[in-house]
Design a protein around this ligand. Sequence first.
Ligand SMILES: N[C@@H](CCC(=O)N[C@@H](CS)C(=O)NCC(=O)O)C(=O)O
Length: 210
Amino acid sequence: MADLVFYTNPQSRGATVRWMLEEIGEPYDTEILGYGTSMKAAPYLAVNPMGKVPAIVHKGKVVTEVAAICLYLADAFPAAGLAPAPADRADYYRWMLFTSGPVEAAFTNRSMGWEAPAEREVMLGYGTYDRTIATLEKALAGKSYIAGDRFTAADLFVGATINVMLMFKLLDPTPAFTDYAARMTDREAYRRARDIDARLIAEQAAAQPA
Ligand SMILES: N[C@@H](CCC(=O)N[C@@H](CS)C(=O)NCC(=O)O)C(=O)O
């Protein structure tokens, strides 16, 4: 058993953590959980009471939430060079958490067709979808990377989120977003992770009764 266990489903936000794990390059064991079945059964609820994937257990410590897992792994495995030096983390924390909070809420609400009445926008952490997305676009303007001068876990997380939003047509495919997503995902670790999950999805489909 490896020190690092990854709980996921290949068709889930776990894809981002798989990419992160492939960037880290350390051995990990994978536990595949089924929607509505093993994901909501006692053994996994003991790991994540939410009954949601992904989660990791590293040396007995549980981490859930994709953004937290990426931040944790970048710190736990510094040799991968995915976290800036502590003094240079302003943009790193800012855009990572802006994406896991306001951006995620803005696009999931949009995907559900929920629109807050204008007078209640002040109560929403993201205000409006349009302002949140314009802010993210501005954060990328004129930069190769979102936090500093090299690829970090913030690019992995923000790039993966933008990629998914583009795939599900929840984001206007402006050059700022499409170029950034294409550049961030043009990495061996991304392709390895994508291929592993694609293989698992094919295996699951083949195992379904006809
Ligand atoms: N905020 C969580 C979201 C996790 C999440 O919603 N995962 C979905 C798959 S993408 C899930 O496990 N759904 C199964 C369920 O709720 O039963 C994170 O960032 O990890």
